[in-house]
Design a binder for this molecule. Structure first.
Ligand code: SF4
Length: 363
């Protein structure tokens, strides 16, 4: 069996080899992506698997059209389109993406389980603290103290511990058990939104069609999957997961350049692709999109943040989500505004940032 040290070294080697590839010229990376696509499809054929592109925003729309441009004109693109911005939904329709439905609606998920805020991992930890059981006792202790207890080999200072600033705000569920004095929010937090809206419908579709996905992920975008992309590479055939991420070594510049080359129809939310004063490609509207009204990563964004942007685009919708999507037992309506106030993120005041986004606010 491979030792811990050997595995760590293997990972470190893979990560540095990956970083070298990320710095190679665009033309190389584009050819490299094409080779990975062909390899993946041929391996799927051997295994009797179908394949599809999991489509969301610009990155995966570009991937879908890239794979088509390689001669796989019948590749299927699948999306839970209704979660995307209207302008993205429109492009999905134009390019023939198969739309699947989420299993619940977002407002119901928020009411039933709680707000998806900070990050998937943090929200899941807070959700555990708020829903104590005998079974999750050890994990809760680790989340508050970093100590794994008997079952986790008595390790201390593990990464299970919530960052102190989040413990201060959300750790109060464990005040009595841990003899601490943290706060409890007056709203629920949950990581279940992704599961019901995206993951489960997409997994079920894939199972039903015996199909494995191409994903438009790029390690340069960071996030949860950065490390696994670096370690597992573009094509991954694991025991429980099979996927291809041909753009794994791409940077945002590579992606935008390819989008221009392929004449990808740009959803309105991105504005236009232009070259800035430093010679870098940019989109004049949103740089990235995701589901609207999602709080994952909101604490890392500068203003105007995604909620400000929605305010500009659709004041009525913004008002519903910020102030009215939930109700306290006494009938008081509230929404994301309460969550943002609690974690110290501004949203009530008018923010004007011209920065090519032509923000105009209503109040
Ligand atoms: S990204 Fe956010 S809003 Fe979208 S499904 Fe996941 S948690 Fe929900």
């Amino acid at each position: 069996m491979i030792s811990y040290e050997e595995r760590t070294k293997d990972y470190a080697d893979k990560i540095s080899a990956f970083k070298v590839k990320q710095k190679l010229p665009y033309e190389f990376k584009k050819r490299y992506a094409a080779v990975r696509v062909r390899e993946f499809i041929s391996e799927c054929d051997k295994r009797g698997l179908n394949y599809h592109v999991s489509v969301g925003g610009l990155d995966s729309i570009t991937l879908y059209l890239f794979i088509k441009s390689l001669g796989y004109s019948d590749v299927v693109g699948v999306s839970v389109s209704s979660l995307e911005d209207k302008s993205i939904q429109q492009i999905h329709k134009e390019i023939g993406i198969t739309s699947i439905k989420p299993y619940k609606n977002k407002a119901d998920i928020i009411r039933e389980f709680g707000f998806p805020v900070l990050s998937k991992e943090i929200a899941a930890k807070i959700e555990l603290l708020a829903n104590p059981s005998e079974k999750n006792k050890t994990v809760r202790h680790a989340i508050v103290t970093g100590e794994t207890g008997e079952f986790g080999g008595f390790r201390k200072n593990t990464r299970m511990k919530l960052a102190q600033k989040w413990l201060d705000l959300f750790g109060g569920y464990e005040n009595e058990n841990e003899n601490v004095n943290y706060q409890i929010p007056n709203f629920k937090v949950s990581s279940k939104c992704c599961y019901y809206l995206k993951e489960k419908p997409a997994d079920d579709w894939a199972k039903e069609h015996n199909s494995v996905p191409f994903l438009g992920l790029m390690a340069s975008e960071g996030g949860r999957r950065e490390k696994s992309l670096m370690i597992n590479g573009c094509n991954y055939f694991g025991k429980s997961t099979i996927r291809s991420a041909p753009f794994a070594i791409f940077t945002r510049q590579d992606l935008l350049r390819l989008a221009l080359e392929l004449e990808v129809p740009l959803p309105e939310i991105y504005g236009k692709i232009y070259t800035d004063e430093n010679g870098l490609l940019q989109t004049s509207g949103a740089q990235r999109t995701g589901c609207s009204m999602c709080g994952f990563g909101i604490h890392l964004e500068k203003r105007p943040h995604r909620f400000d942007m929605l305010r500009q685009r659709n004041f009525k919708e913004w008002d519903f989500w910020m102030n009215h999507c939930c109700k306290d037992e006494d009938g008081t309506e509230y929404g994301w505004g309460r969550v943002l106030d609690y974690i110290g993120i501004g949203w009530r005041d008018e923010v004007i940032d011209v920065n090519a986004n032509q923000i105009t606010f209503y109040d």
